[in-house]
Design a protein around this ligand. Structure first.
Ligand code: 5GP
Length: 220
């Protein structure tokens, strides 16, 4: 059976990467897509593991040859999902995870309406600020740019059927797996997800987004 396609979005600094890695340590059958980017590697990042780091020319060439399933500009760079990896892994029955931002997520939804779309967020805007400025791998200016980007992205939370609050990495990883595997549904939640609360109710998602947006406005 063909593997599922799963999109995981969230503010830069939300801890998505850590949550995904944790889930993959605990559960088999997943493949994580490694994106192409024109951004420079951060300290500690490895080419081919965190991203495929390429020049603008290479990126544009790949777009022309239809080698990317989706692509988008984010802050000052381009990011995109290599098509071949996704297709091969799905064919092999693995569930493929795409850790991508909102514009790319909408492109994927358009092409593959059955995609599971999840938005991961820290509990509050203050927590996001602390995580971004605590990362120390980037300048304050870049951290501010990412917060401003979050202020724009917060309005897209309603587009995602599942919102997961990342209060605790382990709990959040379990929530993510429950949602993907279908063991958790709004009608039949599979027990306690404290630390990784799952929100599917539209009004509740919008209330969360409004509070988060107000928090970001205070910071920016
Ligand atoms: P970062 O520079 O912090 O690694 O990533 C910046 C943003 O780009 C994050 O929101 C990340 O999810 C998103 N991103 C990473 N790879 C891709 C991709 O292939 N396509 C799209 N659309 N977004 C991506």
């Amino acid at each position: 059976m063909e593997g599922k396609l799963i999109v995981i979005s969230g503010f830069s600094g939300a801890g998505k990467g850590t949550v995904i890695r944790r889930m993959m340590q605990e559960h088999e059958g997943y493949a994580l897509s490694v994106s192409m980017t024109t951004r420079k590697p951060r300290e500690g990042e490895i080419d081919g593991v965190d991203y495929h780091y390429v020049s603008n020319e290479t990126f544009e060439d790949l777009v022309r040859r239809d080698g990317l399933l989706e692509h988008a500009g984010f802050v000052d760079n381009y990011y995109g999902t290599p098509r071949a990896f996704v297709e091969e892994n799905r064919r092999a029955g693995r569930d493929v995870l795409l850790e991508i931002e909102v514009q790319g997520a909408m492109q994927i939804r358009e092409q593959f309406p059955e995609t599971v779309l999840v938005f991961v967020t820290p509990p509050t805007a203050e927590e996001l600020r602390n995580r971004l400025f605590g990362r120390k791998t980037e300048s304050e200016e870049k951290a501010m740019k990412r917060l401003r980007r979050a202020a724009a992205e917060v309005h897209s939370i309603g587009e995602y059927p599942y919102l997961i609050i990342n209060d605790d990495v382990e709990a959040c990883a379990e929530s993510l797996h429950s949602v993907i595997s279908g063991s958790w549904t709004p009608e039949a939640p599979d027990g306690d997800h404290r630390g990784g609360e799952i929100i599917t109710d539209q009004a509740q998602k919008e209330a969360f987004a409004a509070a988060f947006s107000a928090g970001l406005e205070k910071i920016l």
